[in-house]
Design a protein around this ligand. Sequence first.
Ligand SMILES: Nc1nc2c(c(=O)[nH]1)N[C@H]1C(S)=C(S)[C@@H](COP(=O)(O)O)O[C@H]1N2
Ligand SMILES: [Mo]
Length: 257
Amino acid sequence: MTDHTPEARAERRALLETLQPRLEGVGRRTLLRQGLSLGALTMLSGCNLADGDAVDRVLLAMSRFNDRVQAALFSRTRLAPTYAASRITRPFPFNAFYPIDNAPDLDEDDWKLEVSGLVSDRTPWTVQRLRALPQRSQITRLICVEGWSAIGQWSGVPFSRFLHEVGADTTARYVGFKCADRYYSSIDMQSALHPQTIMALDFENKPLPTGFGYPMRLRIPTKLGFKNPKFIAAVFVTNTYPGGYWEDQGYNWFSGS
Ligand SMILES: Nc1nc2c(c(=O)[nH]1)N[C@H]1C(S)=C(S)[C@@H](COP(=O)(O)O)O[C@H]1N2
Ligand SMILES: [Mo]
């Protein structure tokens, strides 16, 4: 229900005013690049759904437009809620595109994190080197699009610190991840630099359990579960849209939570 108090209306107007300059142009350009007009969008409600390709194209354009709106609204200083230790969910649910028995069983001594793209230092990282950096611990909620959420405690290296260590070009648009199980994902640079975005090494103060991303996973409480890649093998910085395992099957890319 819309709040019609003068305060609420003023707030909405102020929000619109701050957003408008950012949304104008962006939306129009995005739609035009997809070969669509605003008229085509309006027609969608009554269009012939037999033309699946056209509908898919319109929906994808809308989802990508929505990415820009979400990115414009995202604040690097707004924090995801944190919880008391008593709220931790036990047992913590496992999720992947396969059953837990098929999760990669990696060996910390063989594991190397590759770094590539727009960075000045491509030296691969070991777990030991990651542990030598400052660590941050936080109890946050992981929200899966499949309809469940759970609270857990993850600790690890603030991702912004890591990006500075490797000399990442933080004006680049995306950070991409490739995982040992062929999963992949990517996030926008603003979210990568968010203070709660960590390269998690520990779960409840012990190394991550096997199915939960050992030896390293991204924990980003400002995004949905599928934007939290586990068993990360490679990180890259790029201006070319990298997509992701679920993102490429139609899940909204930004997916803030
Ligand atoms: N490598 C990898 N990372 C992944 C996935 C996956 O299948 N493979 N699934 C994602 C999804 S959909 C969710 S909800 C979370 C689940 O994390 P959990 O197993 O720690 O609960 O991991 C995400 N990261
Ligand atoms: Mo998920």
